[in-house]
Write a protein that binds this ligand. Sequence first.
Ligand SMILES: Cc1cc2nc3c(=O)[nH]c(=O)nc-3n(C[C@H](O)[C@H](O)[C@H](O)COP(=O)(O)OP(=O)(O)OC[C@H]3O[C@@H](n4cnc5c(N)ncnc54)[C@H](O)[C@@H]3O)c2cc1C
Length: 443
Amino acid sequence: MLHRRMRSTPLTDSLWSQNAAAPPETPALEGSVRADVAVIGAGYTGLSTALHLAQRGIDVAVIEADEVGYGGSGRNLGHCTPTFLYREVDEVRRMLGPKWGERFIRLQADAANLVFELIRRYDIDCEAKQNGLLQVALGPSAMPLYEKRCATYTALGKACRMLDRDEVASLTGTDRYHGAWLHPEAGHLNPLGYARGLARAALAEGASVFTQSPALSLNKEGGKWHVRTARGEVIVDKIVIGTGAYSDDLWPGLKQIYSIIIAFGLASEPLNENVIKTVLPGDNHVVDSAGDTHFYKLSGQRIVAGGMLEAKFGRNLDFTRRVMSERMAWLFPQVGTLDWPHFWCGNMDVVPSTLPSFYELAPGVTTVIGYSGRGIPTATAMGTQLAAYAAGTPAEDLSVEIKTPKALRWRGLISNAYVLLGPLYRLKDRRTARRDGVEKIPF
Ligand SMILES: Cc1cc2nc3c(=O)[nH]c(=O)nc-3n(C[C@H](O)[C@H](O)[C@H](O)COP(=O)(O)OP(=O)(O)OC[C@H]3O[C@@H](n4cnc5c(N)ncnc54)[C@H](O)[C@@H]3O)c2cc1C
């Protein structure tokens, strides 16, 4: 299978493991510990759940196989955008029905504000910038959809607006874009710094966090759940599984609910101070209108970009670096030929609907899976729901419907289909550029 040839790289390959604020000190689990709830996995899902449980005074223990933020949460690209990555709002409403659709749309629409409020409240050191998402048009044909999105999120109470060519040029520093829409509640951050900060916040609220402690088994004995690791166990009433795209065989069948897509990130060397001032002077994160979407942001004096793994793109590193350098020089000639000393890959849990689902796997055991690439705001928000349910909120009062898991058919095919989509999108992008009478972004 194409996607199996490359896997998640060590977290230490990412820029974030070098420039994120230090993690809190956390021990490995030794001996027997009692708590009300065990959370497996210290990514955003697990940590947000633990934080929101601890805020309610509930005794919660997080058990992480590796380090805090080891999975997608420590290696994503730091775009925190409270929209749906692949779906329009009216589609989500249709898919989930009026009741659950309305609630889930509200949860997602407010999720970036939740992230930035947590960052402010717990003073999380993670390069957080809530300066807004710029979704930029490479040509005029992208504008009607952007106008629709802008109107949709405005109707949800967000102060979104359309930008003309001049305004987008002044915020991005390039005149390649025809226009844009801006969502002001979106922002960007250092993802590993945010995960570590959530762990620190959960600890401050009274949660326990154990690292380097893979959970090996979950068993119900005498009315209690026992979570066993190599050298200890946690005995609890309820379990929340937050192992996402890094799930192993801990819960039988969990890995069958989603497909894995590999995404990659690259970070440039720090740019000269005079040059970096001219790149993204508005410090927004940018996503363009191409099917083979180009997205990027700053981290200090570096540019951070990324994509989905394909046959060559993302897999052949020299080739990928060259493509990314050409794209950046096309947008910002002043950066010259960029070098990309940091390259890393990670797993994304993808489902055909591209919307995450809340599952009750057994009485007292819940999870959320299927973020499909939109995890910073969504997993943080889902943590509030997992916490509320574990704390006793009736299912009927949640913002998301609780579902029964079903194995996904054609999982491998879905992963490989994504690998093949890039070249198809590029063909379409070439046709769109011709129709729009504009130059196509390189590659
Ligand atoms: C390269 C890349 C770029 C991305 N870019 C963005 C972006 O810009 N914006 C955005 O919103 N989203 C992005 N995403 C998606 C986002 O990172 C994820 O949706 C999100 O981090 C999922 O969080 P999580 O807590 O569910 O899972 P994870 O963060 O993956 O955490 C799962 C944790 O479970 C642990 N674990 C697994 N098994 C066990 C076990 N048996 N015992 C104990 N612990 C265990 C793992 O070690 C891991 O730490 C990106 C993802 C990738 C890979």
